[in-house]
Ligand binder design. Structure first.
Ligand SMILES: *Cc1c(COP(=O)(O)O)cnc(C)c1O
Length: 396
């Protein structure tokens, strides 16, 4: 059989720009490590893009998947299944949501949020109210509505005409958002920590101000927690770090512990806006993905787990800041919890490649920023090792 890397070029549409000379072929993962096809071990600070928050193949998640797969894998939403209801119950108990809707990805969860916001907006503010204000530099997904919600032109180029009804404010600039509110507005949607845009945490004043702005005008406040949610901030949801409750929030990435699942959480009046026939998803709330997500939730909610994430986040931030003063060419260290960005003067992709050669997987975004997304189970020794590698690479 020909090598995977060669066959990939022939059979897979080239949207990811994988390079046979550089891109790893990963065979196995366990905890904070993955192994490539040659048996080389790597410390994984990419975690499948903030998906494997409990590390690779966490035993509780593996057991939940195997047990459920043996019993029932799929029914559609024509029927009741227990894992789906159990997951919804856990989410409602531990987040601002009163009810949830399940789907399969972050983009799909955001689509559901946008549909719900339009429907409630029309009811509250009149037929013309349909527009969502999002932030410049944001990322909300790759469907037509969510690339339009995404405040980065590069994701939209070539796919026009775009979905009408999006306006863009400057992130962390409340005045700029306030200035965009008019009769057509139905909601404001932001990431509490911008992820793909370069790891920019919101300020508390900004999120609190958005809450007030939305209340004044009868708008829905939507938090896209797809990347910063599920414990990464040190709280279950990043919004909880700021003490701000949205009307809607979306989850995906880490929710399924490695299986694809998305969720929309809705609070108060918003929880009863969508009615039978309004929205659906064939795989949404699938028993296997929900069983995995229940195991993820139960692990995150174990006593001491999230406070440990907060501590590890502080430890990582301290280490990176120390490195920032010791190594020239580091412009900024920023982030929240175990979601950190290191902005450098040089080429971040080249630095990430250097780290990979030294056994650390790390992600480069936006040309100049190294993004660190370690598993939430990371220990001090792993952080020490990772920061040492980054420092060695940046020094050379
Ligand atoms: C990854 C991401 C999405 C899109 O999620 P998919 O599962 O890839 O559709 C949406 N919002 C944010 C903040 C993300 O990081």
């Amino acid at each position: 059989m020909m090598e995977t890397k060669i066959r990939e070029r022939q059979y897979i549409i080239n949207t990811y720009n994988r390079r046979p000379d550089f891109t790893l072929h990963i065979k196995r993962g366990e905890g904070v490590y993955v192994w490539d096809e040659k048996g080389n071990r790597y410390l994984d600070f990419v975690t499948g893009l903030a998906v494997n928050n409990l590390g690779h193949c966490h035993p509780a998640v593996v057991a939940a998947i195997c047990n459920q797969a043996k019993k029932l894998m799929h029914t559609s939403n024509l029927y009741y299944t227990e894992p789906q209801v159990k997951l919804a119950e856990l989410l409602v108990q531990h987040t601002p949501a009163d009810k949830v809707f399940f789907c399969n990805s972050g983009a799909e969860a955001n689509e559901a949020a946008i549909k719900l916001a339009r429907k409630l907006g029309k009811k509250r503010r009149g037929e013309q109210a349909h527009a969502v204000i999002t932030a410049e530099n944001s990322f909300h997904g790759r469907t037509l509505a969510t690339i339009t919600a995404t405040g980065q032109p590069k994701y939209r180029k070539g796919f026009e005409p775009l979905m009408p009804g999006f306006r863009y404010g400057r992130f962390n600039d409340l005045e700029s958002f306030a200035g965009l509110v008019d009769d057509e507005t139905c909601a404001v949607m932001v990431e509490p920590v911008q992820g793909e845009g370069g790891v920019y945490p919101a300020t508390a004043g900004f999120l609190q101000g958005l809450r007030q702005l939305c209340d004044e005008h009868g708008l829905l406040l939507i938090f896209d927690e797809v990347q910063c949610g599920m414990g990464r901030s040190g709280k279950l949801l990043a919004g909880q770090v700021y003490g701000v409750e949205p009307d809607l929030f979306t989850l995906a990435k880490a929710l399924g512990g490695g299986l694809p699942i998305g969720a929309l959480g809705a609070k108060g009046e918003a929880a009863d806006v969508l009615v039978p026939g309004d929205h659906a998803s064939t795989f949404g709330g699938n028993p296997v993905t929900c069983a995995a997500a229940v195991a993820v939730m139960e692990t995150l909610l174990e006593s001491g787990f999230l406070s440990r994430v907060e501590k590890m986040g502080e430890y990582l931030a301290d280490k990176l800041r120390q490195m920032g003063t010791a190594v020239p060419g580091i412009r900024e260290v920023r982030g929240l919890g175990l979601m950190m960005g290191v902005e450098i003067e040089g080429d971040a992709a080249a630095a990430a490649a250097g780290c990979q050669e030294k056994g650390l997987l790390i992600n480069a975004i936006g040309g100049r920023t190294l993004r660190l997304l370690p598993p939430l189970t990371v220990e001090e020794e792993h952080i020490d090792a990772a920061v040492q590698v980054i420092q060695d690479v940046l020094k050379s």
